[in-house]
Design a protein around this ligand. Structure first.
Ligand code: IPM
Ligand code: MN
Length: 365
């Protein structure tokens, strides 16, 4: 963040938040514009301003230029205070994308290069939402998904590929260091909430990584006697998420289990169109990145059908992260009201939802 003293004196110090915008592909581009509208409306109340820098990346950009993510681009993004990310990915089955993984070469590269080891995914049944769990269902929890290790590490390979003797391995990497830091983050987060933490793994079968997670859980929880900790196997956790989502406050889990559980959490809390996320580098050595949980949805792209709410709520998380939680709360408040009144207004376009949320932010006192 850069601060510049205005000429009139030391009390008018204004802050500029430098945001790298990677809108990406498909509906990523449509929803990111709406998130920027919300950011602009919220920042107007602060002694701060936002400077955006657009980075054109994703499947379309790769097809046009051959760039997935050059080192120089990564370095330029690293200069920002935070990243607003839309979604990336081309049309499934496009033969030109067969030999590349946009997900790995771009999205996961950013998460790994910027050491975004906490993937924070709040899940809440807002008043007025028709949850698939029924009208009385309650849920307000946060999933802390590890972001740099596990099955996503890229360790493994294919031997004798294309033959009947092919061997494929995908190694789940769990380091004591990596597990400890994400657990500590989750304990700290639980302390700011209802002080209940659920660790999710599958330590009855994944005995090596499971034992490491259990050991670190035991060690770290001794330092947090005020936080109630329990443990669930991931399969059982899916049952509880559907049958008793109100039992959860903070959930912490590994990268792959977290990927799956956060889609489920989105589905039970109003759908993936509302699910926000932050890829956080808690040390602030690198920028953190805020993105809706959903993908680029090429099937509905360009039709103004996407719900921008998840992107807008992700922008609110960005503001929290850069030290403007009041502005973040202003966005969440406006989104809450918008959701509450959705049944009255009928079907709206992406732009219309973005405009009405921005208008609510602007009119909030
Ligand atoms: C998510 C997505 C990504 C993931 C994909 C696109 C790499 O599903 O953010 O949850 O698996 O993390
Ligand atoms: Mn996912």
């Amino acid at each position: 963040m850069s601060t510049a003293s205005a000429p009139e004196g030391p009390f008018s110090v204004s802050t500029t938040i430098n945001i790298a915008v990677i809108a990406g592909d498909g509906i990523g581009r449509e929803v990111t514009v709406q998130a920027q509208k919300a950011l602009d409306a919220a920042i107007a109340f602060e002694d701060a301003s936002i400077a955006y820098r657009d980075f054109t990346l994703g499947a379309d950009h790769y097809l046009e230029t051959g760039e997935l993510l050059h080192d120089a681009t990564l370095e330029a993004i690293a200069e920002s205070d935070a990243i607003l990310f839309g979604a990336v990915g081309g049309v499934p089955g496009d033969p030109r994308l067969e030999s590349v993984s946009i997900e790995r070469s771009l999205l996961l590269r950013l998460r790994f290069a910027f050491d975004q080891y906490v993937n924070l995914r709040p899940a809440r049944i807002h008043p007025g939402i028709g949850s698939v769990l029924g009208p009385d269902a309650r849920a307000d929890f946060v999933i802390v998904r590890e972001g740099t290790e596990g099955a996503y590490s890229g360790s493994g390979g294919l031997v004798r590929g294309g033959t009947a003797q092919a061997i494929a391995t995908e190694v789940s990497v769990n380091t004591a260091f990596g597990v400890e830091r994400v657990l500590r983050y989750a304990f700290d987060l639980a302390r700011t909430r209802d002080k209940r933490l659920t660790v999710v793994h599958k330590n009855n079968v994944l005995v090596h990584s499971g034992a490491l997670w259990a050991q670190v859980q035991a060690d770290v929880s001794a330092e947090y006697p005020d936080v109630t900790v329990d443990y669930l196997h991931v399969d059982a956790a899916t049952i509880h998420l559907v049958q008793h989502p109100e039992r959860f406050d903070v959930i912490v889990t590994d990268n792959l289990f977290g990927d799956i559980l956060t889609d489920l959490a989105g589905a039970i809390t109003g759908g993936i169109g509302l699910a926000a996320s932050g890829n956080i580098n808690p040390d602030d050595r690198f920028p953190s990145m805020f993105e809706p949980v959903h993908g680029s949805a090429p099937d509905i792209a360009g039709k103004q059908l996407a719900d921008p709410t998840a992107a807008i709520l992700s922008a609110a998380m960005l503001l929290d992260h850069v030290g403007l939680p009041v502005a973040g709360q202003r966005i969440r408040g406006a989104v809450g009201l918008d959701i509450e009144h959705r049944q009255d207004v009928g079907i709206r376009s992406t732009d219309q939802i973005g405009d009405s949320i921005a208008a609510r932010i602007a009119s909030a006192s």
